[in-house]
Write a protein that binds this ligand. Structure first.
Ligand code: SF4
Length: 514
């Protein structure tokens, strides 16, 4: 009998190790033989620890399971898929999962993350095998044709970036994966690295073959120890099996990689600061040009992409560019793993084609607020994303549609707030966050964020409110147009959206504006 207990950080945080041990102990006490597998998370985080039992090839879900529930699960006959207060029936039929379109997360939660047999039996390394038979130009052409855009937030077309590196003349080129997932409410990169590390290794290797790079770095934030341990173990196993190293699958081609651990700075998620950090320097943003694609890591042409971008590439090379491009809308092709966080009943990971509405994500998937109070605001795209009021929740989730609203889709993180939120505090927090995390290189961000905190405080206190509002808008304009990177230029997004959509939280702003 196969039983699955996730070892994903979200499950570990609520006692998954204790649940696994309790299941082993209970089975031993009852003289039952079981095969307990530690899988990744299915992404239904409100049900963690989600225990699954394989009954005749169909996995049945139970959750949230705590160690003290285990004896009653055995008593009820959960090894045969019996009903129980914590039973949810066949996992794949749970509406939250059944309504998703899982491309990148197809294997996450299903496999033992470090089992190469599991990975290859579910199409793993097929994209790499295809890529080994193609020229760099052909690989880049497939990625371009798929319409894949960078999933880290900037949404730059991946094929164009790769083509620039392919055409750069240099003996040395690098592949760098940005796994410094620091946006509030985001966890897709972590879930993928912990739940299906080989897909990321495969995607980076394909990138290396495409542009002529034979070495890569995976830059992972130090707050992700489980992801780091899983990746490091996976790299060793992949190398041993011939998927990495000097002679990949007997092709004579070489590619290898290593994990580099970040040190807790938000700005090291900015690509040039990340390169500085890998080089052993302080994480300070570099001026562009030159682009990293021309002069990147250690001065060499470098492909730098986010985890989900690289993890999407094997699907393109396996199933074809058209398969990937067929999902989505407008210029946003494929799927995006949305991460539902904040005050929602059903927080978790929802991978859908672009075009799903924010309303559906909040209510059909998220189940509305966890508090039972009406939802009031949603921040989309991390701490630099705009706060969207209910009037904008019918917007399809697509890069261009969000931009038209003055928002960003970013890395797909959603943080929901109910009507007890104070939006002036959230605006102040955005400026305070920027003041703490600014790398200090340019004045609008370094000084502007600190001044921004003071000005919001004065508005809320009612001190010269009309003048202070004007000053805040002018300051935001300077930050948007005068900052070197997105940290300073996007901090005004949450500030201005809070001020524009929720003026009542800033005192009698409308009267002041009039
Ligand atoms: Fe550094 Fe801020 Fe300027 Fe970016 S905007 S370079 S984080 S000071």
């Amino acid at each position: 009998i196969r039983i699955f207990v996730p070892r994903d950080t979200a499950a570990l945080a609520v006692g998954a190790d204790a649940v696994a041990q309790a299941i082993r102990d209970e089975a031993a006490a009852r003289g039952l033989s079981i095969d307990l597998i530690r899988n990744g998370s299915r992404g239904l985080l409100w049900l963690e620890t989600l225990v699954e039992v394989d009954c005749g090839g169909v996995r049945h879900a139970y959750g949230p399971v705590y160690a003290e529930d285990v004896a009653s699960l055995f008593d009820a006959g959960f090894l045969q898929g019996a009903t129980h207060a914590l039973a949810h029936g066949p996992t794949e039929a749970i509406p939250y999962l059944a309504r998703q379109q899982r491309f990148t997360f197809a294997r996450v939660g299903i496999t033992d993350p470090l089992s190469l047999d599991d990975y290859t039996s579910l199409d793993g390394f097929r994209g790499l095998r295809n890529a080994l038979a193609l020229s760099g130009d052909a690989i880049v052409a497939a990625v371009t044709e798929s319409g894949l855009r960078g999933r880290g937030g900037a949404a730059f077309p991946t094929g164009i970036k790769w083509k620039t590196v392919l055409q750069a003349v240099s003996d040395t080129k690098y592949i760098v994966c940005n796994a410094d997932e620091g946006d509030s409410g985001t966890f897709a990169d972590r879930m993928l690295m912990e739940g299906d590390p080989y897909v990321l290794i495969e995607g980076m290797t394909i990138a290396g073959l495409a542009v002529g790079a034979d070495y890569g770095y995976l830059y992972v934030r130090s707050e992700y120890p489980e992801a780091i341990a899983t990746l490091e173990a996976a790299i060793v196993l992949a190398r041993k099996a011939g998927y990495l190293g000097t002679d990949i699958l007997g092709s004579g081609r070489s590619f290898d990689l290593e994990v580099r651990k970040g040190a807790g700075s938000y700005i090291c998620g900015e690509e040039t600061a990340l390169l500085e950090s890998i080089e052993g320097k302080r994480g300070v943003v570099r001026a562009k040009p030159p682009l990293p694609a021309i002069t990147g890591l250690f001065g060499h042409p470098t492909v730098i992409n986010n985890v989900i971008t690289f993890a999407s590439v094997p699907i393109v090379l396996d199933r074809g560019a058209a398969f990937y491009r067929d999902a989505g809308m407008g210029r946003s092709r494929g799927t995006l793993p949305f991460q539902l966080a904040g005050n929602l009943k059903q927080g978790g990971l929802v991978e859908c084609a672009f075009g799903v509405t924010l309303h559906d994500l909040l209510y059909e998937f998220g189940g509305g607020s966890a508090s039972g109070r009406p939802l009031r605001a949603v921040q989309v795209g991390g701490p630099l994303g705009a706060y969207l009021p209910e009037a904008q929740w019918q917007v399809p989730m697509d890069y261009e549609a969000m931009a038209a609203l003055g928002g960003v889709l970013g890395h797909g993180g959603l943080v929901a707030f109910d009507d007890s939120v104070d939006m002036a505090k959230m605006a102040r927090y955005a400026m305070a966050f920027c003041a703490v995390e600014s790398c200090g290189k340019c004045t609008p961000c370094r000084i502007g964020s600190t001044r921004g905190v003071e000005v919001v405080d004065k508005i809320v206190a009612g001190q010269q409110r009309p003048q202070q509002i004007q000053l805040l808008r002018s300051l935001c304009d300077t930050m948007v147009n005068g900052s070197l990177c997105a940290m300073g230029s996007m901090t005004p997004y949450p500030v201005l959206s809070a001020l524009n959509h929720f003026p009542e939280d800033f005192g009698d702003v409308q009267q002041a504006q009039a």
